[in-house]
Design a protein around this ligand. Structure first.
Ligand SMILES: Nc1ncnc2c1ncn2[C@@H]1O[C@H](COP(=O)(O)OP(=O)(O)OP(=O)(O)O)[C@@H](O)[C@H]1O
Length: 403
């Protein structure tokens, strides 16, 4: 289809979506927050009528604060799913807004700000600690994620981490049950899965944690190849580190990126690893001595770039509207995604106006049901601006470079 034809179609599709959302009580904005292989993600607002029908949504939007219950951080775990609806064309998921976007984007932003790839170790530690506790929570409940990657880790308005996209998650009754489905994104995939062996979902998640930590502190992916065989070759050689990275951090990453699943560090060992201990210390003291708000304010850097839109209590409250066109086939067995996705012209965080032409990436049509309740669609934050580090969805740093 030619450019102008596609443009008109996209506009029409978007207007349909606006109507469909309005009928359900949500005002869809043109602000596209992200997109993935199977979805487009937009900012949306809940009307008063909608909030009256959904007390949970209403109370969350009114008091968007993290609270503690029984000494555990609420909100560290996963993005709240409020509602799903669908028609013959497409499916929608209404999710809590993670106002600071995904971890990939955060690493990019911080790399820009610091003029140095990756996060400072201290910040990486704090985030990684949250991630480890989120994954521990899932594993403790018998759930393995199987698609842990920077794009599936979101940050809320206070910098708290949220785990999303449980599309490949699996519930295993037996701790040591072995799985065989290929899942996830190649750059984060454990070697045993690439070798098509039966694998433990928990141990595969641990490998992905190692990749994510490496990405956090170096701004790159440890292994990047399009072909599984070459990828395995790199994995056997092991990760290489930038100068200046602390030996403790290197040790932790190596402990997670062990080829043999059984020799990988377990979550308990990660939690008491010497690189992690300062985070545990901070958490322990803040749990004992501070309110969550106080802790959040004092520990987390303000991020003016991602300030949540303000709205008084009587106005419609911003939430996230997720559109999830049908996945082809089942939610399992996603095909290997080794190709680099072409970067979008810009990572669109601007607000366009209806008909302005910003809707070219509106949700594509599809039929069928959305994914299971916790399988939140996830997409990447791809930026390609001169002078910015480009960390692509499948690779952090291309061909060993940061941009
Ligand atoms: N609740 C949210 N709050 C803020 N941003 C979000 C939220 N959910 C998703 N996003 C953004 O949209 C992107 C795409 O969402 P998502 O990963 O669910 O799509 P997907 O189609 O499942 O992606 P994938 O290609 O991994 O299958 C995320 O990487 C993130 O940048």
């Amino acid at each position: 289809m030619k450019g102008s034809g596609r443009h008109k179609l996209d506009q029409r599709t978007f207007m349909e979506q606006v109507r469909e959302c309005r009928d359900k009580g949500y005002l869809l904005s043109s602000k596209k927050i992200g997109s993935g292989a199977f979805s487009k993600v937009y900012l949306a607002y809940a009307t008063h009528e909608r909030m009256q029908h959904n007390p949970k949504l209403s109370s969350d939007l009114r008091g968007k604060h993290h609270t503690m219950s029984n000494g555990r951080w609420v909100g560290v775990r996963q993005v709240q799913l409020y509602e799903t609806y669908q028609n013959s064309q497409r499916s929608y998921l209404v999710l809590e807004l993670a106002a600071r976007g995904d971890l990939l984007e955060h690493i990019n932003n911080m790399s820009d700000r610091r003029c140095c790839p990756g996060l400072e170790e201290e910040e990486a530690r704090r985030l990684f600690w949250q991630l480890v506790s989120a994954v521990a929570h899932c594993h403790g409940a018998g759930i393995v994620h199987r698609d842990l990657k920077c794009e599936n880790i979101l940050l809320d308005d206070r910098g708290f981490l949220k785990l999303t996209d449980f599309g490949f998650a699996n519930r295993t009754r037996l701790k040591d049950a072995l799985l065989s489905t290929f899942c996830g994104s190649m750059a984060y995939t454990a070697p045993e899965i690439l070798m098509s062996k039966k694998y433990s979902g928990q141990q595969a998640d641990l490998w992905s944690l190692g990749v994510i930590l490496y990405a956090m502190v170096t701004g790159k992916l440890p292994f990047k190849e399009c072909q599984p065989r070459r990828m395995l070759h790199l994995m056997r050689r092991g990760p290489t580190f930038r100068l200046g990275l602390s030996p403790e951090c290197q040790d932790l990453i190596r402990g997670l990126l062990q080829l043999r699943p059984r020799t990988r560090l377990g979550l308990q060992q990660v939690a008491v690893h010497c690189w992690m201990l300062p985070a545990a210390h901070v958490l322990f003291h803040t749990v004992l001595s501070a309110t969550p708000e106080k802790w959040a304010d004092s520990q987390l850097p303000a991020s003016p770039d991602h300030a949540e839109p303000s709205a008084d209590l009587e106005s419609p409250r911003p939430i996230l509207q997720l559109q999830c066109p049908q996945r082809q086939g089942t939610t399992k067995g996603r095909t290997l995604d080794t190709e680099l996705k072409p970067p979008e012209a810009h990572h669109k965080r601007e607000v366009g106006s209806v008909g302005s032409g910003l809707y070219t990436a509106a949700a594509s049509a599809g039929t069928g049901a959305c994914r299971q309740l916790l399988s939140l669609c996830c997409a990447s934050a791809i930026r390609n601006m001169p002078g910015h580090y480009l960390i692509n969805r499948e690779q952090v740093g291309r061909k060993g470079q940061v941009r």
